[in-house]
Design a protein around this ligand. Structure first.
Ligand SMILES: *[C@@H]1O[C@H](CO)[C@@H](O)[C@H](O)[C@H]1NC(C)=O
Length: 392
């Protein structure tokens, strides 16, 4: 992991100024619950191992959640923080632990499963230790850096013999900031990040700060200017970064965040925002055959049309009775503007069946697809015997 080799080796811990923090997650545990979720029942690897110290090796599975759910706040659950061993104070949904110090989280339950920020999950350089005691689990992270900033979750487990389930609805999470005097932003391994701005979809610029005290502003590279963050069009969340709620083409370009704390001022990684015309909904195609009953030898046309936003591509594909025997059909495709109303366009595909044969009888289906999804419509065509032009 490049991230780990970059940040795991820093080792800012100064022995002697070692502070111990512990957050106690007090949870009602291990009752039967209708909303429990199973974690691969029967698989030995998911069996929580009591007393195992690290997440290295196969025993580590309990520290690596495959599924993360958004837990709901439980009435019984509360958080407290231990300062100077033994003195408890309740904590809110976030805490700060100075980078270099040790984070210690405790969660009541036998056993519990821990969720940690993604990069720690992938490789923690041996700094992360998870111990299950009889009645509670302890997560210890030593030699911390700003890169460890993120969400830490405790999932109580409900077990029957070797079969354990995470109780997602009883999970407790805390966002931990690791204020780092040298790194105001959680370091990124990339010099810049490309982000798609999709029409009407919120876009997040994930410039995550290591200290909740930082003042963070958003900036545009060209022309150089600070971007107005009004809380409506663009908002800031100290645990997430900036969100552009309804992207527009003018939001595109190179942006970056600037954090200031005390005398320190730092820029984040660069975000290249690319605007993509994104449809509001999947297309709604309409299919129509030139006739529902066609005589052998005559020509058939089946048209499929879908109206959508201008400059948003819709792809039309066909399924037809003669397909299986490789009947060669061809289509005439085109896009034309729709008169009246807002900027809309019609995409049309016409399937041409020349000199109809018996095999052409059946269901014709067209599927229209855009970036939001696909929709199919069908029509039936009956093939009747050749009409005799002359009668004896
Ligand atoms: C933490 O840092 C100290 C001092 O640099 C080092 O000796 C120790 O091995 C580190 N511990 C871990 C688990 O990385």
């Amino acid at each position: 992991m490049p991230l780990m080799s970059l940040f795991g080796s820093k080792g800012r811990l100064v022995l002697g100024t070692f502070l111990l923090y512990a957050i106690i997650f007090e949870l009602a545990c291990c009752q039967n619950d209708a909303q429990e979720q199973r974690t691969s029942p029967g698989k030995k690897a998911n069996k929580p191992k009591l007393g195992k110290a690290t997440n290295k090796g196969p025993q580590a599975v309990t520290t690596k959640p495959k599924v993360k759910a958004t837990p709901t706040t439980q009435a019984q659950a509360f958080l407290s923080q231990v300062l100077n061993r033994g003195k408890f104070t309740k904590v809110g949904d976030s805490i700060s632990v100075q980078a270099g110090d040790t984070l210690e989280l405790r969660c009541r339950g036998k056993p519990v499963h821990w969720g940690v920020p993604l990069y720690l999950e992938e490789d923690d350089d041996g700094r992360l230790k998870i111990v299950q005691h009889e009645r509670y689990g302890v997560l210890t992270l030593v030699n911390t850096t700003g890169a460890d900033t993120g969400e830490y979750t405790c999932y109580p487990m409900y077990c029957e013999d070797t079969d354990c389930r995470k109780e997602y609805d009883k999970a407790v999470k805390v966002f931990v900031f690791f204020p780092d005097p040298q790194e105001l932003f959680v370091p990124s391994s990339d010099y810049y990040e490309v982000i798609q701005l999709r029409t009407n979809w919120p876009t997040v610029l994930p410039c995550q700060v290591t200290s909740p005290e930082s003042k963070v502003t958003l900036h545009r590279e060209f022309p150089p200017m600070e971007v107005v963050v009004d809380g409506t069009e663009i908002s800031f969340n100290v645990k997430k970064g900036f969100t552009i709620h309804r992207p527009r083409p003018y939001h595109a370009g190179a942006l970056y965040c600037v954090a200031s704390l005390g005398n320190l001022r730092q820029s984040s990684t660069k975000y290249m925002l690319i605007y993509v015309n994104y449809p509001m909904a999947p297309p709604a195609p309409v299919i129509q055959a030139s006739t529902s009953s066609v005589a052998v030898g005559e020509n058939l046309r089946v048209s499929c049309t879908a109206v959508g936003e201008q400059n948003v591509a819709i792809e039309i594909t066909w399924e037809y009775p003669g397909q299986e025997i490789g009947r060669p059909l061809y289509t005439q495709d085109g896009v034309s503007p729709v008169s009246g109303g807002a900027a809309r366009q019609q995409t049309q595909s016409v399937l041409l069946v020349d000199e109809v044969r018996d095999v052409d009888q059946g269901t014709y289906t067209c599927t229209a697809q855009n970036l939001q999804g696909a929709k199919s419509v069908s029509t039936n065509v009956k093939v009747v015997p050749k009409t005799k032009p002359k009668k004896p």
